[in-house]
Design a protein around this ligand. Structure first.
Ligand code: PRT
Ligand code: ZN
Length: 229
C-alpha cells in the first residue's frame, strides 16, 4: 500500500442517513477528525477520508469515481440506477439503518381490492423511475406525475389519485388521510462501490474496512423489479 493512499467515502451531511452512518464508522473504531470544512473530514487512525454531501449526489459521486464508496438508501440508489443490464454499483454491505419502504398510497376512503384499480389513474411521486419499472412489472398502465417534494398533498390538490412515496411509521400518510396499498420497494442504507476496479493498494484498504463492517442483509435485498444498473 502506498503510504499516502486513502479511500474516500461519501456520507450524507445532514438528514436521516447521517447519524447512522457516523455511528457505524465510530462503532468500527474509526476516529473521525473534524475539520474546518463542513463538507470533509478525515479519519485519524485509518486511511479513510469522508465527504459530507446531499444523499442524492452520492450515487453520481461514486459512479464517476470522485469517491470510492458511498453510504446511501437503496431508494436513491435504485432511482438513479435505472438502466437494466448496465449495473453500475456493487452493494458491499446492507447496513440495517434508515429502513423504510417506497409504497403506493391512496385516499383512505377508497376501497382498494385489486391492483387494476390503478389502471389509468395518476400517481404522484419523486421516484418516477422506480415506479415506472414497478408498473411495468405488474402490468398496470398508470400515469406517473413527477413531483419533487410534499408528495402527500397531491391527491388533495387533485394532481393525482394516488401517490408513491417513502413510508416509515405511516404517520405522515395518516395525517394526510391516505393509506398504504402496495409496497414497491423495501429500503435500508447500503455501502456501495462503483463496479469499476479499484487499484490494488485501495483494495487492501477496502478489505480492511469491510472486515470492520457487519452485513445486515435482513429484509434489505432489492426487489427483483427494482433494477440496479
Ligand atoms: O438533504 P438531503 O438531500 O441529503 O436529504 P433528504 O431530505 O433528501 O433525505 P432525508 O434525510 O429525509 O432521508 C434520507 C434517506 O433516509 C431516504 O432517502 C431514505 O433512504 C431514508 N428514510 C428512512 C426516509 C424515511 N425513513 C422517511 N420516513 N426518508 C424519508 N422519510 C419521510 C417519508 O417520506 C415521510 O414523508 O419521512 C416522512 C415521515 O415518515 P413517516 O412514515 O414516519 O410518517
Ligand atoms: Zn436527498
Amino acid at each position: 500500500m502506498s503510504a499516502n493512499e486513502r479511500l474516500t467515502l461519501a456520507v450524507q451531511r445532514k438528514g436521516r442517513l447521517n447519524e447512522g452512518s457516523i455511528d457505524l464508522l465510530q462503532s468500527c473504531g474509526l476516529k473521525l477528525k473534524p475539520s474546518k470544512s463542513t463538507l470533509f473530514c478525515t479519519v485519524d487512525n485509518f486511511p479513510l477520508d469522508i465527504l459530507l454531501v446531499r444523499d442524492d449526489d452520492i450515487p453520481v459521486l461514486v459512479k464517476d469515481g470522485l469517491c470510492d464508496l458511498g453510504i446511501v438508501g437503496e431508494n436513491v440508489l435504485n432511482e438513479q440506477s435505472n438502466q437494466p443490464n448496465q449495473a453500475a454499483f456493487n452493494i458491499l454491505r446492507f447496513l440495517g439503518f434508515a429502513q423504510c419502504r417506497l409504497s403506493i398510497a391512496c385516499p383512505k376512503e377508497i376501497n382498494f381490492t385489486n391492483i387494476n384499480q390503478l389502471a389509468n389513474s395518476r400517481i404522484a411521486t419523486s421516484y418516477p423511475n422506480i415506479l415506472k419499472n414497478y408498473l411495468n412489472t405488474i402490468n398496470v398502465p398508470a400515469k406517473i406525475v413527477p413531483i419533487s417534494g410534499s408528495v402527500e398533498i397531491a391527491p388533495r390538490l387533485k394532481m393525482s389519485e394516488a401517490i408513491c412515496d417513502l413510508v416509515s411509521t405511516g404517520r405522515t400518510l395518516a395525517e394526510n388521510d391516505l393509506k398504504e396499498i402496495l409496497i414497491v420497494l423495501q429500503s435500508q442504507a447500503v455501502l456501495v462501490q462503483a463496479k469499476r476496479k479499484l487499484p490494488p493498494s485501495k483494495m487492501t484498504i477496502l478489505e480492511m474496512l469491510l472486515n470492520k463492517i457487519q452485513d445486515n442483509a435482513k429484509g434489505g435485498m432489492p426487489n427483483e423489479n427494482c433494477l440496479l444498473g
